[in-house]
Design a protein around this ligand. Structure first.
Ligand code: HEM
Length: 221
C-alpha cells in the first residue's frame, strides 16, 4: 500500500506490543526460576504505573504519526516552531487517519499546516509524558523493588528528549532518529518490566489464598 501512514504506524505499535509480551514472559520466567514472587505495591502506585504506560503508548503512536507522514521537518526550530509558539496548524487534516501518504482521504494534497500540527502535537504531548515519567520517578523513590527501573526511566527519558530535540535542530540525522525509536522501545520495555515485577497487595493476597491447599484456605476463611 505504498507506505500508507496508518499501516506503518500500526506496524510500529504491533512491533512494540510484541516486545511488551516478550518482556512479560522474561520477567515471569525469571520470577519462576528464582522463586521470587512479584513485589507488593500500593493500588495508587500501580494505577500510576498503568497511567504512564498508557501515556507512553499514545506518545509512541503520535511519534509514529510524525515519522510515517514525513512531518519531521515541518517544525525546524526549538522550542518554538518555525519562529512561532503557535504556528498555523490544521488539526482536522492532521486527524484524517485513513489516507495514502501525502494525500487526504478525499484525494487532495495534505497541507503543510497539517504536517505542522502532526509534528507539534507530538512535541507538546512529549512535555506531558516527560512530566508524568518524572513524577513517577519521584513516587518510586521509596520502592526498593523498583530501583533499577527507576534509574532506567530517568536515563531513558533524558535520552528521549535529547534525541527528539536532535531530530529537530540537527535536521534529522539518522543516528538520532534510530536512537529515538530505540529509546521509545526501551521506555516501553522498562514500564512493562515495572508492571510485571509488581502487584497490588490485595492481588498478591488473593493469589496466595488461591495457591494455598484447600484445607488451609477454609481455615483462613
Ligand atoms: C516521552 C517522550 C517521547 C517519546 C516516547 C517519543 C516517541 C517517538 C516515536 C516512537 C517516534 C516514531 C519513530 C519511528 O517511527 O521510527 C517519534 C518520532 C519523532 N519524535 Fe518523538 N518521542 C518523544 C519525545 C520527543 C520530543 C521531546 C521531540 C522533540 C523535541 C520529539 C520529536 C520527534 C520527531 C521529530 C520525530 C520524527 C522522527 C522521524 O521521522 O524519524 N519526540 N517519537
Amino acid at each position: 500500500m505504498k507506505l500508507f501512514p496508518a499501516i506503518v504506524t500500526l506496524h510500529l505499535l504491533g512491533g512494540l506490543f510484541l516486545l511488551v509480551l516478550l518482556c512479560v514472559q522474561a520477567v515471569g520466567h525469571q520470577q519462576a526460576v528464582l522463586q521470587q514472587p512479584p513485589a507488593p505495591i500500593s493500588r495508587p502506585l500501580r494505577n500510576a504505573l498503568w497511567a504512564v504506560f498508557s501515556l507512553l503508548f499514545i506518545q509512541v503512536a503520535l511519534g509514529g504519526w510524525v515519522s510515517t507522514n514525513y512531518a519531521v521537518l515541518a517544525c525546524s526550530t526549538f522550542p518554538d516552531c518555525n519562529g512561532s509558539w503557535w504556528p498555523e496548524m490544521n488539526f482536522a487534516q492532521a486527524a484524517d487517519i485513513w489516507r495514502p501518504l501525502g494525500l487526504l482521504s478525499d484525494g487532495t494534497t495534505i497541507s503543510f499546516a497539517a504536517l505542522t500540527a502532526i509534528h507539534y502535537i507530538h512535541r507538546l504531548a512529549a512535555y506531558a509524558v516527560i512530566a508524568a515519567v518524572l513524577l513517577l520517578v519521584y513516587a518510586l523513590r521509596k520502592q526498593p523493588a523498583l530501583t533499577s527501573q527507576r534509574k532506567w526511566l530517568l536515563g531513558l527519558i533524558a535520552l528521549q528528549f535529547a534525541t527528539g530535540l536532535s531530530n529537530v535542530v540537527l535536521d534529522w540525522p539518522l543516528l538520532a532518529a534510530v536512537l529515538h525509536t530505540g529509546g521509545a522501545a526501551a521506555l516501553v520495555t522498562v514500564m512493562t518490566w515495572a508492571l510485571a515485577a509488581t502487584r497490588t497487595r490485595s492481588a498478591l493476597a488473593l493469589q496466595e489464598d488461591h495457591n494455598a491447599p484447600h484445607g488451609a484456605r477454609s481455615i483462613a476463611a
